[in-house]
Design a protein around this ligand. Structure first.
Ligand code: AP5
Length: 221
């Protein structure tokens, strides 16, 4: 991986728009999109040992153990050809130990993180986003019944395949995911603020305005 490649972390609560903004970054910078939630859902779909354990935790709004997630990302960064021009981490790190292990991993390769972008939004706005979300499981593309509808109802714009609702996209699981976010993930904002690579973007705006603010932070227009 070249030292001038894009290496960025997207931080934000469930429904803040990480999965909506990441494809814009992929398109503009050609970096690989590593979404840990999508990777776990792919294990769930294949009914692997990890997938079976992960499904229960995810449906209850909990977090998968740190070591499992760190190993998953390490393997992707080593082996995923999409990451040769950099990476966009979406859903990782989610705890301080994950952030510390990521830094250690990248320090060894001499490719430190460049930016940590926080998508900041009030919890009250997230219920409508999460309960109206539709996803294309194979690609991770996400839509919204009202805010970002697909061109044809219920079908992915690119492949025409059926869209589904995630099994953790209900109000009960969302409440637990938000509690975990504030308790375990939000502290990584301070962690990155101390290193000077953090910036917050107002994620309650329309998606195109969020994207424009992300670009501004990255020094692009
Ligand atoms: P994950 O899949 O990462 O879920 P999440 O973090 O809860 O985030 P979401 O995917 O729900 O939200 P998003 O920010 O991507 O929102 P989106 O862009 O789709 O993780 C799932 C689970 O896996 C976790 O709960 C955990 O169990 C486990 N896990 C994953 N990583 C882990 C890790 N590192 N460690 C431990 N466990 C881990 O947008 C949401 C909706 O809003 C969409 O419908 C979209 O169209 C709409 N929308 C987006 N932006 C806007 C906007 N600006 N205005 C209006 N609508 C918008």
């Amino acid at each position: 991986m070249a030292n001038d490649s894009l290496r960025i972390v997207l931080i934000g609560p469930p429904g803040s728009g990480k999965g909506t903004q990441a494809p814009n970054l992929v398109k503009k910078f050609g970096a690989g999109h590593l979404a840990t939630g999508d990777m776990l859902r792919s294990q769930v779909a294949k009914k692997t040992e990890l997938g079976i354990k992960a499904k229960k935790i995810m449906d209850e709004g909990g977090l998968i153990p740190d070591d499992t997630m760190v190993n998953m990302i390490e393997s992707e960064l080593e082996n995923n050809p999409a990451c040769k021009n950099g990476f966009i981490l979406d859903g990782f790190p989610r705890t301080i130990p994950q952030a510390e292990k990521l830094d250690a991993m990248l320090a060894k390769k001499n490719i430190p993180l460049q930016k940590a972008v926080e998508l900041k939004i009030d919890d009250e706005l997230l219920v409508a986003r999460i309960t109206g979300r539709l996803v294309h499981p194979a690609s991770g593309r996400s839509y919204h019944k009202l805010f970002n509808p697909p061109k044809v109802a219920g079908k992915d714009d690119i492949t025409g395949e059926l869209l589904i609702q995630r099994s953790d996209d209900n109000e009960g699981a969302l409440k637990k995911r938000l509690v975990n976010y504030h308790k375990q993930t939000e502290p990584i904002v301070d962690y990155y603020a101390k290193t000077g690579i953090w910036a917050a973007v107002d994620a309650s705006q329309a998606p195109k305005n969020v994207w424009s603010d992300v670009l501004k932070y990255l020094g692009q227009h």
